[in-house]
Design a protein around this ligand. Structure first.
Ligand SMILES: Cc1cc2nc3c(=O)[nH]c(=O)nc-3n(C[C@H](O)[C@H](O)[C@H](O)COP(=O)(O)OP(=O)(O)OC[C@H]3O[C@@H](n4cnc5c(N)ncnc54)[C@H](O)[C@@H]3O)c2cc1C
Length: 426
Protein backbone atom coordinates (compact mmCIF):
# COMPACT_ATOMS: atom_id res chain seq x y z
CA UNK A 1 0.00 0.00 0.00
CA UNK A 2 1.28 3.50 -0.79
CA UNK A 3 0.20 6.69 0.94
CA UNK A 4 1.18 8.12 4.30
CA UNK A 5 0.83 6.44 7.71
CA UNK A 6 -1.24 8.13 10.42
CA UNK A 7 0.34 11.12 12.10
CA UNK A 8 1.97 10.36 15.44
CA UNK A 9 -1.00 11.32 17.62
CA UNK A 10 -2.54 10.08 20.85
CA UNK A 11 -5.41 8.86 18.68
CA UNK A 12 -3.20 6.75 16.39
CA UNK A 13 -1.44 5.33 19.46
CA UNK A 14 -4.78 4.27 20.98
CA UNK A 15 -6.59 3.13 17.83
CA UNK A 16 -8.75 0.09 18.54
CA UNK A 17 -7.94 -1.44 15.20
CA UNK A 18 -5.65 -0.90 12.22
CA UNK A 19 -7.39 -0.50 8.92
CA UNK A 20 -5.96 -2.71 6.20
CA UNK A 21 -7.86 -2.06 3.00
CA UNK A 22 -6.19 -2.87 -0.32
CA UNK A 23 -4.76 -0.47 -2.85
CA UNK A 24 -6.49 -0.23 -6.22
CA UNK A 25 -4.76 -2.72 -8.52
CA UNK A 26 -7.04 -2.93 -11.56
CA UNK A 27 -9.52 -0.93 -13.56
CA UNK A 28 -12.96 -1.05 -12.01
CA UNK A 29 -16.48 0.29 -12.21
CA UNK A 30 -19.16 1.07 -9.66
CA UNK A 31 -22.38 3.04 -9.13
CA UNK A 32 -20.76 5.61 -6.85
CA UNK A 33 -17.09 6.43 -6.38
CA UNK A 34 -16.36 8.27 -3.13
CA UNK A 35 -13.05 10.14 -2.99
CA UNK A 36 -11.70 10.64 0.55
CA UNK A 37 -11.88 8.42 3.63
CA UNK A 38 -12.82 10.87 6.39
CA UNK A 39 -16.28 11.18 7.97
CA UNK A 40 -17.82 12.72 4.82
CA UNK A 41 -16.61 9.94 2.57
CA UNK A 42 -17.13 7.11 5.05
CA UNK A 43 -20.62 8.22 5.95
CA UNK A 44 -21.49 8.62 2.24
CA UNK A 45 -20.18 5.13 1.53
CA UNK A 46 -22.05 3.63 4.46
CA UNK A 47 -25.40 5.26 3.70
CA UNK A 48 -25.12 4.53 -0.03
CA UNK A 49 -24.13 0.89 0.50
CA UNK A 50 -27.07 0.45 2.86
CA UNK A 51 -29.32 1.74 0.09
CA UNK A 52 -27.99 -0.96 -2.21
CA UNK A 53 -25.53 1.03 -4.32
CA UNK A 54 -22.29 -0.53 -5.46
CA UNK A 55 -19.80 1.86 -3.81
CA UNK A 56 -16.03 2.24 -4.04
CA UNK A 57 -14.23 4.56 -1.62
CA UNK A 58 -10.72 5.70 -2.56
CA UNK A 59 -8.57 7.10 0.27
CA UNK A 60 -5.13 8.46 -0.64
CA UNK A 61 -3.57 7.46 2.68
CA UNK A 62 -5.25 5.58 5.53
CA UNK A 63 -8.88 5.65 6.65
CA UNK A 64 -9.23 8.66 8.99
CA UNK A 65 -5.78 9.96 8.00
CA UNK A 66 -7.09 13.52 7.53
CA UNK A 67 -8.94 15.81 9.95
CA UNK A 68 -11.31 12.98 10.88
CA UNK A 69 -8.56 11.06 12.64
CA UNK A 70 -6.89 14.05 14.30
CA UNK A 71 -9.54 16.42 15.62
CA UNK A 72 -10.77 17.63 19.00
CA UNK A 73 -13.59 15.06 19.05
CA UNK A 74 -16.30 17.59 19.92
CA UNK A 75 -19.75 16.68 18.63
CA UNK A 76 -21.30 20.13 18.81
CA UNK A 77 -24.88 21.36 18.41
CA UNK A 78 -26.09 23.67 15.66
CA UNK A 79 -23.88 25.05 12.94
CA UNK A 80 -20.45 26.64 13.35
CA UNK A 81 -22.23 29.99 13.41
CA UNK A 82 -24.72 30.89 16.09
CA UNK A 83 -28.39 30.72 15.16
CA UNK A 84 -28.89 34.53 15.02
CA UNK A 85 -26.16 34.73 12.39
CA UNK A 86 -27.65 31.78 10.48
CA UNK A 87 -31.07 33.48 10.54
CA UNK A 88 -29.60 36.64 9.01
CA UNK A 89 -27.79 34.62 6.38
CA UNK A 90 -30.59 32.35 5.15
CA UNK A 91 -33.84 33.60 6.72
CA UNK A 92 -35.85 32.07 9.56
CA UNK A 93 -37.30 29.10 7.68
CA UNK A 94 -33.99 27.74 6.43
CA UNK A 95 -32.35 28.59 9.76
CA UNK A 96 -34.90 26.29 11.40
CA UNK A 97 -34.19 23.58 8.80
CA UNK A 98 -30.45 23.92 9.34
CA UNK A 99 -30.94 23.70 13.10
CA UNK A 100 -33.02 20.54 12.69
CA UNK A 101 -30.40 19.04 10.38
CA UNK A 102 -27.71 19.85 12.92
CA UNK A 103 -29.75 18.14 15.63
CA UNK A 104 -30.01 15.16 13.32
CA UNK A 105 -26.24 15.23 12.77
CA UNK A 106 -25.63 14.56 16.48
CA UNK A 107 -28.23 11.80 16.38
CA UNK A 108 -26.51 10.26 13.34
CA UNK A 109 -23.21 10.10 15.24
CA UNK A 110 -24.77 8.66 18.39
CA UNK A 111 -26.94 6.16 16.58
CA UNK A 112 -24.10 4.91 14.36
CA UNK A 113 -21.92 4.41 17.42
CA UNK A 114 -24.71 2.45 19.11
CA UNK A 115 -25.76 0.47 16.03
CA UNK A 116 -22.25 -0.65 15.09
CA UNK A 117 -20.94 -0.88 18.67
CA UNK A 118 -18.13 1.57 17.87
CA UNK A 119 -15.81 1.74 20.86
CA UNK A 120 -14.84 5.44 20.78
CA UNK A 121 -15.16 6.83 24.33
CA UNK A 122 -18.40 8.74 23.62
CA UNK A 123 -19.25 11.03 26.55
CA UNK A 124 -21.84 13.80 26.96
CA UNK A 125 -21.39 17.54 27.30
CA UNK A 126 -19.62 20.56 25.86
CA UNK A 127 -19.00 23.63 28.00
CA UNK A 128 -18.60 26.89 26.06
CA UNK A 129 -16.39 29.19 28.11
CA UNK A 130 -16.41 32.99 27.85
CA UNK A 131 -12.98 34.61 27.70
CA UNK A 132 -14.42 38.13 28.04
CA UNK A 133 -17.13 39.48 30.35
CA UNK A 134 -19.01 40.75 27.27
CA UNK A 135 -19.23 37.20 25.84
CA UNK A 136 -20.59 35.88 29.14
CA UNK A 137 -23.21 38.60 29.39
CA UNK A 138 -24.78 37.41 26.11
CA UNK A 139 -25.02 33.77 27.17
CA UNK A 140 -28.30 33.82 29.17
CA UNK A 141 -30.25 35.43 26.34
CA UNK A 142 -28.85 32.91 23.84
CA UNK A 143 -29.91 30.06 26.12
CA UNK A 144 -33.43 31.57 26.25
CA UNK A 145 -33.52 32.08 22.50
CA UNK A 146 -32.67 28.47 21.75
CA UNK A 147 -35.15 27.19 24.31
CA UNK A 148 -37.89 29.46 23.00
CA UNK A 149 -37.29 29.65 19.23
CA UNK A 150 -35.78 26.20 18.64
CA UNK A 151 -37.33 24.21 21.45
CA UNK A 152 -33.83 23.20 22.61
CA UNK A 153 -33.87 22.62 26.38
CA UNK A 154 -30.31 21.29 26.82
CA UNK A 155 -28.45 24.57 27.38
CA UNK A 156 -27.72 26.06 30.78
CA UNK A 157 -25.94 29.36 31.43
CA UNK A 158 -23.14 28.75 33.92
CA UNK A 159 -22.17 31.67 36.17
CA UNK A 160 -18.57 32.81 36.61
CA UNK A 161 -18.01 31.30 40.05
CA UNK A 162 -19.35 27.93 38.94
CA UNK A 163 -17.34 27.66 35.73
CA UNK A 164 -14.19 28.44 37.65
CA UNK A 165 -14.97 25.52 39.91
CA UNK A 166 -15.90 23.23 37.04
CA UNK A 167 -12.69 23.96 35.16
CA UNK A 168 -10.11 24.72 37.86
CA UNK A 169 -9.06 27.99 36.21
CA UNK A 170 -9.79 31.68 36.72
CA UNK A 171 -9.71 32.37 32.99
CA UNK A 172 -13.42 32.44 32.25
CA UNK A 173 -16.28 34.82 32.98
CA UNK A 174 -19.18 32.43 32.48
CA UNK A 175 -20.27 29.61 30.24
CA UNK A 176 -22.98 27.66 28.50
CA UNK A 177 -23.21 23.97 29.23
CA UNK A 178 -24.74 21.99 26.38
CA UNK A 179 -25.66 18.64 27.82
CA UNK A 180 -26.89 17.08 24.57
CA UNK A 181 -23.61 17.61 22.72
CA UNK A 182 -20.81 15.11 23.20
CA UNK A 183 -17.17 14.20 22.67
CA UNK A 184 -15.41 11.12 21.38
CA UNK A 185 -12.19 9.51 20.14
CA UNK A 186 -12.29 10.73 16.53
CA UNK A 187 -10.07 8.13 14.88
CA UNK A 188 -11.83 5.20 16.53
CA UNK A 189 -15.13 6.68 15.39
CA UNK A 190 -13.81 6.93 11.79
CA UNK A 191 -12.46 3.37 11.90
CA UNK A 192 -15.83 2.15 13.19
CA UNK A 193 -17.64 3.90 10.33
CA UNK A 194 -15.24 2.25 7.88
CA UNK A 195 -15.93 -1.17 9.31
CA UNK A 196 -19.67 -0.55 9.12
CA UNK A 197 -19.37 0.62 5.48
CA UNK A 198 -17.28 -2.43 4.65
CA UNK A 199 -19.82 -4.72 6.27
CA UNK A 200 -22.61 -2.97 4.35
CA UNK A 201 -20.84 -3.94 1.12
CA UNK A 202 -18.85 -0.81 0.19
CA UNK A 203 -15.42 -1.54 -1.30
CA UNK A 204 -12.79 0.50 0.54
CA UNK A 205 -9.28 1.22 -0.75
CA UNK A 206 -6.29 2.81 1.00
CA UNK A 207 -3.15 4.23 -0.56
CA UNK A 208 -5.48 5.10 -3.42
CA UNK A 209 -4.80 8.69 -4.43
CA UNK A 210 -7.06 10.06 -7.13
CA UNK A 211 -5.01 12.16 -9.51
CA UNK A 212 -7.74 13.28 -11.88
CA UNK A 213 -11.35 12.76 -12.73
CA UNK A 214 -13.66 13.67 -15.57
CA UNK A 215 -17.37 14.17 -15.13
CA UNK A 216 -19.92 13.18 -17.71
CA UNK A 217 -22.78 10.73 -17.85
CA UNK A 218 -20.11 8.18 -16.86
CA UNK A 219 -17.40 9.68 -14.67
CA UNK A 220 -13.82 8.50 -15.11
CA UNK A 221 -11.54 8.58 -12.07
CA UNK A 222 -7.76 8.12 -12.36
CA UNK A 223 -6.07 6.43 -9.42
CA UNK A 224 -2.75 4.56 -9.01
CA UNK A 225 -2.47 4.29 -12.80
CA UNK A 226 -5.88 2.58 -13.07
CA UNK A 227 -9.25 4.03 -13.91
CA UNK A 228 -12.63 3.70 -12.28
CA UNK A 229 -15.87 4.30 -14.16
CA UNK A 230 -18.74 5.48 -12.00
CA UNK A 231 -22.28 6.77 -12.49
CA UNK A 232 -21.82 9.19 -9.58
CA UNK A 233 -18.88 10.73 -7.75
CA UNK A 234 -18.76 12.07 -4.19
CA UNK A 235 -15.83 14.39 -3.53
CA UNK A 236 -14.96 14.31 0.17
CA UNK A 237 -11.39 15.60 0.44
CA UNK A 238 -12.11 18.75 2.48
CA UNK A 239 -8.92 20.52 3.67
CA UNK A 240 -6.77 18.03 1.72
CA UNK A 241 -8.43 18.69 -1.64
CA UNK A 242 -5.31 20.51 -2.88
CA UNK A 243 -5.34 20.84 -6.68
CA UNK A 244 -7.67 17.94 -7.46
CA UNK A 245 -10.68 20.11 -8.24
CA UNK A 246 -10.10 23.86 -8.80
CA UNK A 247 -13.86 24.50 -9.19
CA UNK A 248 -14.33 23.78 -5.49
CA UNK A 249 -10.99 24.88 -4.14
CA UNK A 250 -11.74 28.61 -4.27
CA UNK A 251 -14.64 28.17 -1.84
CA UNK A 252 -12.47 26.89 0.99
CA UNK A 253 -9.29 27.87 2.71
CA UNK A 254 -7.24 25.09 4.31
CA UNK A 255 -5.93 26.01 7.76
CA UNK A 256 -3.83 24.02 10.21
CA UNK A 257 -4.80 23.49 13.83
CA UNK A 258 -2.84 21.77 16.59
CA UNK A 259 -3.41 19.52 19.61
CA UNK A 260 -1.24 18.12 22.40
CA UNK A 261 -1.80 15.26 24.84
CA UNK A 262 -0.24 15.45 28.28
CA UNK A 263 0.86 12.44 30.26
CA UNK A 264 -2.00 10.72 32.16
CA UNK A 265 -2.76 13.14 35.00
CA UNK A 266 -4.31 10.70 37.46
CA UNK A 267 -7.95 10.84 38.55
CA UNK A 268 -7.54 13.61 41.14
CA UNK A 269 -5.56 16.05 38.99
CA UNK A 270 -7.74 15.34 35.96
CA UNK A 271 -10.95 16.09 37.86
CA UNK A 272 -9.41 19.26 39.32
CA UNK A 273 -9.21 20.70 35.83
CA UNK A 274 -12.35 19.25 34.22
CA UNK A 275 -14.62 18.24 37.07
CA UNK A 276 -17.45 16.74 35.03
CA UNK A 277 -15.48 15.19 32.16
CA UNK A 278 -17.11 17.46 29.58
CA UNK A 279 -15.36 18.93 26.55
CA UNK A 280 -14.57 22.65 26.61
CA UNK A 281 -14.43 25.26 23.83
CA UNK A 282 -13.78 28.94 24.46
CA UNK A 283 -15.02 32.07 22.68
CA UNK A 284 -11.78 33.28 21.07
CA UNK A 285 -11.41 33.59 17.29
CA UNK A 286 -8.68 30.95 17.47
CA UNK A 287 -10.44 28.63 19.84
CA UNK A 288 -8.88 26.79 22.77
CA UNK A 289 -10.67 23.45 23.02
CA UNK A 290 -9.91 20.61 25.33
CA UNK A 291 -11.13 17.54 27.17
CA UNK A 292 -9.84 14.53 29.04
CA UNK A 293 -8.93 11.32 27.26
CA UNK A 294 -10.21 7.97 28.51
CA UNK A 295 -6.88 7.47 30.30
CA UNK A 296 -6.95 10.88 32.00
CA UNK A 297 -4.68 12.97 29.77
CA UNK A 298 -5.53 16.53 28.91
CA UNK A 299 -6.05 16.73 25.15
CA UNK A 300 -5.61 20.44 24.50
CA UNK A 301 -6.18 22.08 21.11
CA UNK A 302 -4.97 25.61 20.60
CA UNK A 303 -3.25 27.69 17.98
CA UNK A 304 -3.41 27.51 14.23
CA UNK A 305 -1.37 28.61 11.27
CA UNK A 306 -2.16 29.41 7.68
CA UNK A 307 0.98 28.21 6.00
CA UNK A 308 1.78 25.07 4.08
CA UNK A 309 3.96 23.92 6.99
CA UNK A 310 3.36 22.94 10.59
CA UNK A 311 5.50 24.55 13.32
CA UNK A 312 8.69 22.58 14.01
CA UNK A 313 7.90 22.27 17.71
CA UNK A 314 4.14 21.61 17.83
CA UNK A 315 4.22 20.65 21.52
CA UNK A 316 5.87 23.98 22.44
CA UNK A 317 3.49 25.88 20.18
CA UNK A 318 0.33 24.46 21.80
CA UNK A 319 1.73 24.31 25.34
CA UNK A 320 1.78 28.15 25.49
CA UNK A 321 -1.99 28.18 25.03
CA UNK A 322 -2.50 25.39 27.55
CA UNK A 323 -0.44 27.14 30.22
CA UNK A 324 -2.50 30.32 29.88
CA UNK A 325 -5.49 28.27 31.01
CA UNK A 326 -3.72 25.81 33.28
CA UNK A 327 -0.46 27.21 34.67
CA UNK A 328 -0.63 24.34 37.18
CA UNK A 329 0.31 21.97 34.32
CA UNK A 330 3.76 23.60 33.95
CA UNK A 331 5.46 20.34 34.94
CA UNK A 332 3.11 17.96 33.11
CA UNK A 333 4.94 15.94 30.47
CA UNK A 334 3.69 16.28 26.90
CA UNK A 335 3.47 12.83 25.33
CA UNK A 336 2.01 13.67 21.91
CA UNK A 337 1.53 16.75 19.75
CA UNK A 338 0.17 16.83 16.22
CA UNK A 339 -1.57 18.98 13.69
CA UNK A 340 -4.27 18.58 11.10
CA UNK A 341 -5.70 20.55 8.21
CA UNK A 342 -9.33 21.57 8.03
CA UNK A 343 -11.19 23.65 5.49
CA UNK A 344 -13.00 26.82 6.41
CA UNK A 345 -15.45 28.79 4.27
CA UNK A 346 -15.81 32.55 4.17
CA UNK A 347 -19.14 32.45 6.05
CA UNK A 348 -18.09 29.49 8.27
CA UNK A 349 -21.05 27.44 7.03
CA UNK A 350 -20.59 24.10 5.29
CA UNK A 351 -20.36 24.13 1.50
CA UNK A 352 -22.42 21.41 -0.21
CA UNK A 353 -22.96 21.33 -3.93
CA UNK A 354 -22.90 19.58 -7.28
CA UNK A 355 -20.25 20.13 -9.92
CA UNK A 356 -22.52 18.43 -12.44
CA UNK A 357 -25.76 16.51 -11.94
CA UNK A 358 -23.94 13.35 -10.78
CA UNK A 359 -20.91 14.83 -8.95
CA UNK A 360 -21.57 15.84 -5.35
CA UNK A 361 -19.32 17.43 -2.77
CA UNK A 362 -19.42 18.54 0.87
CA UNK A 363 -16.60 20.49 2.46
CA UNK A 364 -15.69 23.53 4.57
CA UNK A 365 -17.16 22.38 7.88
CA UNK A 366 -15.07 25.12 9.51
CA UNK A 367 -14.10 23.20 12.63
CA UNK A 368 -17.60 21.79 13.15
CA UNK A 369 -17.37 18.66 11.07
CA UNK A 370 -17.51 15.66 13.40
CA UNK A 371 -21.29 15.72 13.41
CA UNK A 372 -21.91 17.71 10.23
CA UNK A 373 -19.66 15.63 7.95
CA UNK A 374 -21.33 12.51 9.34
CA UNK A 375 -24.67 13.98 8.31
CA UNK A 376 -23.26 15.07 4.93
CA UNK A 377 -22.93 11.43 3.95
CA UNK A 378 -26.56 10.79 4.78
CA UNK A 379 -27.94 13.71 2.76
CA UNK A 380 -25.60 13.01 -0.15
CA UNK A 381 -26.89 9.43 -0.22
CA UNK A 382 -30.46 10.78 -0.28
CA UNK A 383 -29.57 13.11 -3.14
CA UNK A 384 -27.91 10.36 -5.17
CA UNK A 385 -31.07 8.31 -4.66
CA UNK A 386 -33.16 11.18 -6.04
CA UNK A 387 -34.44 12.98 -2.93
CA UNK A 388 -32.41 16.14 -2.68
CA UNK A 389 -34.59 18.46 -0.57
CA UNK A 390 -32.31 18.27 2.45
CA UNK A 391 -29.12 18.45 0.37
CA UNK A 392 -30.62 21.55 -1.26
CA UNK A 393 -31.08 23.29 2.09
CA UNK A 394 -27.30 23.22 2.41
CA UNK A 395 -26.72 24.02 -1.24
CA UNK A 396 -28.90 27.15 -0.85
CA UNK A 397 -26.63 28.67 1.79
CA UNK A 398 -25.08 31.66 0.03
CA UNK A 399 -21.37 30.94 -0.32
CA UNK A 400 -18.80 33.30 -1.65
CA UNK A 401 -15.46 32.43 -3.10
CA UNK A 402 -12.38 33.57 -1.28
CA UNK A 403 -11.10 36.70 -2.96
CA UNK A 404 -8.24 36.01 -5.31
CA UNK A 405 -9.45 32.56 -6.34
CA UNK A 406 -7.38 29.47 -5.85
CA UNK A 407 -3.89 30.81 -6.21
CA UNK A 408 -4.15 34.27 -4.77
CA UNK A 409 -6.39 33.68 -1.79
CA UNK A 410 -3.58 33.31 0.70
CA UNK A 411 -1.88 36.64 1.41
CA UNK A 412 -4.94 38.83 2.11
CA UNK A 413 -6.70 36.14 4.04
CA UNK A 414 -3.75 35.22 6.12
CA UNK A 415 -3.46 38.88 7.09
CA UNK A 416 -7.16 38.93 7.99
CA UNK A 417 -6.93 35.76 10.06
CA UNK A 418 -3.85 37.06 11.84
CA UNK A 419 -5.65 40.30 12.64
CA UNK A 420 -8.48 38.42 14.36
CA UNK A 421 -6.06 36.07 16.08
CA UNK A 422 -4.26 39.15 17.40
CA UNK A 423 -7.54 40.54 18.75
CA UNK A 424 -7.80 37.39 20.91
CA UNK A 425 -4.72 38.55 22.72
CA UNK A 426 -6.06 42.04 23.55
C1 LIG B 1 -6.94 19.79 14.74
C2 LIG B 1 -8.39 19.75 14.36
C3 LIG B 1 -9.35 19.83 15.36
C4 LIG B 1 -10.71 19.77 15.03
N1 LIG B 1 -11.62 19.71 16.04
C5 LIG B 1 -12.93 19.50 15.74
C6 LIG B 1 -13.88 19.29 16.77
O1 LIG B 1 -13.54 19.19 17.95
N2 LIG B 1 -15.18 19.16 16.42
C7 LIG B 1 -15.60 19.20 15.11
O2 LIG B 1 -16.78 19.08 14.85
N3 LIG B 1 -14.70 19.37 14.11
C8 LIG B 1 -13.39 19.49 14.39
N4 LIG B 1 -12.48 19.61 13.38
C9 LIG B 1 -12.96 19.54 11.99
C10 LIG B 1 -13.29 18.11 11.57
O3 LIG B 1 -12.24 17.25 11.92
C11 LIG B 1 -13.53 18.08 10.06
O4 LIG B 1 -14.54 19.00 9.73
C12 LIG B 1 -13.98 16.71 9.56
O5 LIG B 1 -13.13 15.71 10.03
C13 LIG B 1 -14.01 16.73 8.04
O6 LIG B 1 -14.17 15.41 7.56
P1 LIG B 1 -13.95 15.14 6.03
O7 LIG B 1 -14.22 13.71 5.80
O8 LIG B 1 -14.74 16.11 5.23
O9 LIG B 1 -12.40 15.48 5.76
P2 LIG B 1 -11.07 14.72 6.21
O10 LIG B 1 -11.27 13.94 7.44
O11 LIG B 1 -9.96 15.71 6.18
O12 LIG B 1 -10.87 13.63 5.07
C14 LIG B 1 -10.46 13.96 3.77
C15 LIG B 1 -9.71 12.74 3.24
O13 LIG B 1 -9.55 12.86 1.84
C16 LIG B 1 -8.35 12.24 1.50
N5 LIG B 1 -7.93 12.74 0.19
C17 LIG B 1 -7.55 13.99 -0.14
N6 LIG B 1 -7.24 14.06 -1.44
C18 LIG B 1 -7.44 12.82 -1.95
C19 LIG B 1 -7.28 12.27 -3.26
N7 LIG B 1 -6.83 13.01 -4.29
N8 LIG B 1 -7.57 10.95 -3.43
C20 LIG B 1 -8.04 10.19 -2.40
N9 LIG B 1 -8.18 10.68 -1.14
C21 LIG B 1 -7.90 11.97 -0.93
C22 LIG B 1 -7.39 12.64 2.61
O14 LIG B 1 -6.28 11.76 2.69
C23 LIG B 1 -8.31 12.58 3.83
O15 LIG B 1 -8.20 11.36 4.54
C24 LIG B 1 -11.12 19.69 13.67
C25 LIG B 1 -10.15 19.62 12.66
C26 LIG B 1 -8.80 19.64 13.00
C27 LIG B 1 -7.76 19.54 11.91
Amino acid sequence: MTGEAHTNSYYAATAKRQSDYPALREDASCDVCVIGGGYSGLSSALHLAERGYDVMLLEANRIGWGASGRNGGQVGSGQRQEQDVVEEMVGKADAQRLWDLAEESKAVVKSRIAKHSIDCDLKPGILHAACKPGDASEFPSYVDKLAHDYNYPHLRAVPKAEIREMLGTTRYHGGILDSDSAHLHPLNYALGLAQAADEAGARLFEGARVTAFQDGSKCRIECNGYSVNANHVVLACNGYLDKLEPRMAGKIMPINNFILATEPLGEVRAREIIRDDVAVADTKFVIDYYRLSADGRLLFGGGENYSRHFPKDIAGFVRKYMLRVYPQLETARIDYAWGGTLAITLNRMPDFGRLSPNVYYAQGFSGHGVAMASLAGKVIAEAVAGTAERFDVFERIPTRRFPGGTLLRWPGLVLGMMYYALRDKL
